[in-house]
Design a protein around this ligand. Structure first.
Ligand code: SF4
Ligand code: SF4
Ligand code: FES
Length: 271
């Protein structure tokens, strides 16, 4: 275990633990945008910068990526750090002029209004979190695409595009996140994972009682056939079943458990 100080508070952590995680565990606030606890660090927004002093030398580091390796002193809100954050937010506001989240953060942190034109963009800050989420938890992952290709070869219902569901497209001022050719993707399963992790609400999801629309495509909801609980989109349920090598049973975990318990009890006449 290593002993470090953050804003004068003594904190204990494991070697290699990320500085942001240590701060959060000790209830010390560091603002973030591109960080999600369930995903590897992106390090793209730079909002979580802090000052680290080690062996008498002070440097600015990105706390969500910085692994603690020895005794250090950390300051999260020095004049230099606050100035960095203001400038980062001011630039993000130019990149994402329609984002309320960025606008509120700019106000809260006192970011200056830079005398340069805003991008034509919407709310996207190009952090890449949605692409990472889709790759790791959604249908865009290499493992999943391999699986889908194999299933397609076996006559699976899912056609395979051979590329991620979403990716950074275009460049410069028009750079954004989208599906290939801005068309509804054949391999998207409508899980909504990308929208859930987006820090600025850029990804539009609309839901009715019967389905969800995302990335220009409508997905039908599937419900538990015993109790009627919402399971997710139909594609999501089928995809999860195929990944675990079984037929989709359209049961919620509680009803599936009950059914297994009933099946086990049946030979003993206890149903
Ligand atoms: S909704 Fe589609 S694009 Fe978004 S994470 Fe799920 S599979 Fe990927
Ligand atoms: S859509 Fe959201 S999560 Fe994706 S890059 Fe833009 S801001 Fe980040
Ligand atoms: S939260 Fe650390 S770089 Fe974005």
């Amino acid at each position: 275990m290593i002993q470090i100080t953050i804003d004068g508070v003594s904190c204990t952590c494991k070697k290699g633990e990320k500085l942001l995680a240590v701060a959060r565990r000790n209830n010390i606030f560091i603002p973030t945008l591109c960080h999600h606890d369930g995903l590897p660090g992106m390090g793209s927004c730079r909002l979580c910068v802090v000052e680290v002093t080690e062996s008498g030398r002070t440097k600015v580091v990105v706390s969500c990526l910085y692994p603690v390796r020895g005794e250090i002193e950390v300051v999260t809100n020095s004049e230099r750090i606050l100035a960095h954050r203001k400038m980062i937010l001011a630039l993000l506001r130019k990149r994402a002029p329609k984002s309320d989240v960025i606008a509120h953060m700019c106000e809260a942190f006192g970011a200056p209004d830079l005398p340069v034109a805003s991008f034509d963009g919407g709310k996207c800050i190009l952090c890449g979190l949605c692409v990472r989420a889709c790759d790791l938890i959604g249908a865009g992952s290499v493992a999943t695409r391999t699986l889908l290709k194999k299933l397609a070869g076996q006559g699976c219902a899912y056609p395979v595009a051979g590329a991620g569901v979403i990716a950074m497209v275009s460049r410069g001022t028009t750079k954004t996140v989208s599906t290939p050719y801005d068309e509804p993707s054949e391999i998207c399963i409508g899980c909504g994972g990308c929208a859930n992790v987006c820090p600025t609400g850029e990804i539009t999801v609309t839901e009715t009682e019967t389905g969800r629309t995302i990335w220009g495509k409508e997905f039908k909801f599937a419900f538990c056939k015993e109790c009627g609980e919402l399971l997710g989109t139909d594609k999501e349920v089928r995809y999860a079943a195929q990944r675990s090598g079984r037929d989709p049973d359209f049961l919620c975990p509680a009803c599936r458990q009950k059914r297994s318990a009933d099946a086990m009890a049946e030979p003993f006449g206890r149903r």
